[in-house]
Design a protein around this ligand. Structure first.
Ligand SMILES: Cc1ncc(COP(=O)(O)O)c(C=O)c1O
Length: 387
């Protein structure tokens, strides 16, 4: 195997790469032609920049089935969106239910709120594969439960949580649901209205194919959050009070117009290709990966069984090989970019039984092919033989 093989990027779960050409073109156009500050100033270029943001909001609303695009606020990433929702919604004494496969972007703000603001948190156990028994959720309920927060898909296991069922249960009991869609937006069909989602935190830079520094938060019109920041919004400029109108309330400061223009192009690419087709293609590739790993001695894969629903993530452990060393050698000797370690989710690794050694994560994306998967499998097999 040649070390000069062109890089095979299998780290889409961290951020998607490459982006479709349209994304690059849109960003260059925005920088050249729409480079003014949107909503600040009435000149034509500022107005063009403002329209760009609105068009992007509308494209995202169409993809996620959000009725009013103004209920979507742009954020820098999923983490900022999750923090806006958690810090802005919870009050002293509230009880929150999360799961044993959450990313640190959920568990760290929750632990912070527990220590600093007297919030109580229960993490319900999922199966080692990341799949969930809804009875566990019901058993964790208390009279003070105000929110369920969980990821739609685990970034370590690729498992998928039953969001519509969780939302129904939460609503029956008078609570709300906040969904971490970091690994599902653009990868799994999402219908915010039909699934009963109250708040949805999503990245622009992963499955939606936009650049880094983009993301957003959908907030149901009945929910008012304390904004994470206050400041200039270009609206109600004669007042020192932060506006209550959406989305300005949650978007203080100059936005990332160039990034959002790229995000809009990514979302339009998805609307054309359809998320359903992308899911089917990526599912087929993960099955190929799983079958290949399953046939190798010394390699163990994590997550739902072969044939079950999962997103494009397959994490493995390799007997007698450190995860970091394995990923390093895949990169340097075979040109394959994967991510090793704990993937910012010690909870998921504890659940899967890999908290001691971590794992090597392969994640596929819109441009991954069956040949890429064969190459990755050959590389792991070769590495195992070489030792
Ligand atoms: C499940 C999950 N939640 C949250 C995040 C944080 O996303 P971001 O990097 O957009 O803040 C990630 C990132 O990988 C993730 O996988």
């Amino acid at each position: 195997m040649k070390s000069e093989h062109p890089i095979l990027y299998m780290d889409h779960a961290a951020t998607s790469w490459p982006k479709p050409e349209q994304v690059l073109v849109a960003m260059e156009k925005a920088m050249r032609e729409e480079g003014a500050n949107p909503g600040r100033g009435g000149h034509m270029m500022a107005s063009r920049a403002g329209k760009r943001l609105m068009k992007a909001r509308m494209a995202i609303a169409e993809l996620l089935h959000v009725r009013n695009p103004m209920d979507i606020a742009f954020m820098l990433n999923t983490t900022m969106a999750l923090n806006t929702a958690l810090h802005g919604y919870l009050e002293f004494g509230d009880h929150v239910i999360a799961t044993s496969v959450e990313h640190n972007s959920v568990s760290r703000p929750l632990e912070w709120l527990k220590q600093e603001k007297g919030i109580n948190v229960t993490y319900i156990d999922t199966l080692p594969s990341g799949e969930m028994d809804l009875n566990q959720l019901e058993a964790a309920w208390t009279a003070k439960t105000k929110l369920v927060v969980c990821n739609h898909s685990s970034n370590v296991l690729g498992s998928i949580l039953p969001i519509a069922e969780i939302a129904m249960l939460a609503h029956d009991k008078g609570a709300k649901i906040l969904v971490d869609a970091a690994q599902s937006a653009g990868y799994l069909p999402l219908d915010v209205e039909q699934m009963g989602i109250d708040m949805l935190a999503f990245p622009g830079h992963k499955g939606l194919l936009g650049p880094t520094g983009t993301g957003g938060l959908y907030i149901h019109p009945d929910i008012e959050l304390r904004p994470l920041m206050q400041g200039g919004t270009g609206s109600h400029s004669d007042s020192v009070q932060h506006p209550i109108t959406r989305p300005d309330r949650y978007e203080a400061g100059t936005p990332n117009t160039v990034g959002i223009a790229g995000l809009e192009a990514g979302v339009r690419f998805l609307l054309h290709e359809t998320v359903e087709n992308i899911y089917t293609k990526e599912w087929t590739l993960t099955q190929q990966l799983l079958q290949g790993f399953d046939a190798m001695t010394g390699v163990q894969w994590l997550g739902p069984d072969i044939g079950q629903a999962r997103t494009g993530i397959v994490s493995i452990t390799v007997e007698e090989m450190d995860a970091a060393a394995c990923a390093f050698r895949l990169d340097r000797e075979y040109g394959i970019a994967v991510r090793a370690g704990y993937h910012c989710s010690p909870l998921a690794h504890q659940t899967a039984g890999t908290l001691n050694e971590g794992a090597v994560r392969f994640s596929v994306g819109w441009n991954t092919t069956s040949e890429h998967i064969n190459y990755a499998l050959e590389a792991v097999e070769h590495l195992c033989k070489k030792g």
